[in-house]
Design a protein around this ligand. Sequence first.
Ligand code: PMP
Length: 428
Amino acid sequence: ATTGSGFGGYANAVSAVEPEDDVSQFAEYRRLKTTMQQMQMTGVPNPYFTVHDGIVRDITVIDGKEYISFASYNYLGLSGHSRVTEAAADAVRKYGTSVSASRLVSGEKPIHRELENAIAKWVGVDASILMVGGHATNETTIGHLVGSGDLILHDSLAHNSIVQGALLSGARRRPFPHNDYEALDRMLTEMRSQYRRVLIVIEGVYSMDGDFADVPKFVEVKKKHRAMLMVDEAHSFGTMGETGHGIAEHFHMDARDVDIWMGTLSKSAASCGGYIAGSNALIELLKYTAPGFVFSVGMPPAQVAAALASLQTLADEPERVETLRKRSELFLSLCKEAGLDTGDSGGTPVVPIITGNSMVALRLSHRLKGDGINVQPILYPAVDESAARLRFFITSEHTEEQIRFTVTRTAAHLSELGFDRQVVAAGR
Ligand code: PMP
């Protein structure tokens, strides 16, 4: 930069940064292109943005061919259930395809309140609020409830939406080791006194590993340090607990011991959007002040009605949850028998098969596709290279035969690809 006097000199000094105005030249875009070229060089087709026809339950249709699907969140098969479809269609006929305004002004419909009451009851707390996206729910809620002078402590494997919310908030953010409530306790002992509000964020079921937090232990820690606890139930709502009420039911705990319950409606509830459930004060504050709610359109009628019908169906057909659990346990035990590395997955519908190498994961998913099985590889940098994996989402619609066939084919391909469980585990 040149020096000078007056405004001219100042302007020169701050203009030393090279301007960038062409996205195709951004370093991020070039990195993306390099990664895609590397993937292309393996000869395996791009596994992303595959077009699926029809409704994905146990089966999906790609290019007119049927595949057993392990890549969708339709955990309870409710997307495509006639009662849910009819409810959504009725709501569109009655209320249109959009509510055309923020609910605060003129977008409020009776079914919004009906669903919010049903969710609060399902979770076991006072009240709930709906938001149009699951990701946006975490971002706007976390971003809004804490700020500078506050502290957010989140699990090291927390979902991107939690991290984005923490960044937006301006609070200090520190991850704690995965599921380690003792490490969290030590951090709070050291740091609590320096901050006004402390928000701890964990998940009911972790979507990459299929393990879950010991929530009652986290409740003890949060009470000891007068912190707030938020639990993201994206993958535990509808899937955990004897009747699908979530991780609180699993632990037979009082849901009111958690300050903020968050969930997505895009998975078990066969819809789209998210919710926050908790005390009347929390929900009232969010309804009048959370930017992602106040300045955003209300949830569309079809989505609200679908989620409401899903909850009603689940209440009437709790055996869906039991079937899901049986299928998930079968998948896991067969993997273990076959010597596959399933990490810490434990009785949830998310089961990773860790290959410890992105290229092996990519080739394995491609080979399985040849067998009529669709499953998504999770590659570096989404996870560490040594933790590259295929991630299987089980649904209550899968048959035992589909599961047995899938595990047998996976084990056979992995042994041909030179997979050695001991070597993979040692690398992690
Ligand atoms: N939280 C977690 C733990 C998730 O896994 C996801 C998405 N899979 C979200 C939030 C965001 O939810 P949605 O996809 O419904 O926006």
